[in-house]
Write a protein that binds this ligand. Structure first.
Ligand code: RB5
Length: 147
């Protein structure tokens, strides 16, 4: 799968680790920047581009990284069709897929357990949405986009 990636300067090194894991798993990471960890940048500039790639269908999912994951989730959720969640452990990643049909995973490099990264990526990319009553709820979230 084509997976959009973006980070600010805080998440730059970690984005490279995520890209390597995704490639090892047979996916195609598409990097929307930032391109170095030295220059302080604004996370919305990069998170928005990656989220838009999910919105247009260019990429199936996105992984966005900043210090806390919070800023990235705020900008990504402004983009049509995006359901971005900040997940700190494998359980919340799993539930973000099963119940929320999340298509963007936001990680906080300063708060997550780095040992669990590969597990979280695998869960994010392989867990199916349960549908049923959860589809009704997700539809209500998507309806709010046009109101
Ligand atoms: C950058 O200093 C920091 O604010 C950013 O990485 C992120 O944590 C914002 O939500």
């Amino acid at each position: 799968m084509k997976i959009a990636l973006a980070s600010d300067h805080r998440g730059f090194e970690f984005k490279n680790v995520v890209a390597r894991h995704l490639s090892d798993m047979g996916h195609e990471p598409v990097d929307f920047g930032t391109q170095n960890g030295n220059d302080s940048v604004d996370y919305p500039d990069y998170g928005r581009k990656a989220a838009e790639a999910v919105s247009t269908g260019e990429c199936v999912r996105a992984v966005l990284i900043c210090g806390t994951g919070l800023g990235m989730s705020l900008i990504a959720n402004k983009v049509k069709g995006v359901r971005a969640t900040v997940c700190h452990n494998p359980f919340t990643v799993e539930m973000s897929r099963r119940h929320n049909d999340a298509n963007v995973l936001c990680l906080g490099v300063d708060v997550i357990d780095h040992q669990l990264l590969e597990e979280k990526l695998k869960i994010f990319l392989e867990t199916e949405f349960e549908g049923g009553r959860h589809a009704r709820r997700v539809d209500k979230i998507m309806d709010a986009e046009s109101s």
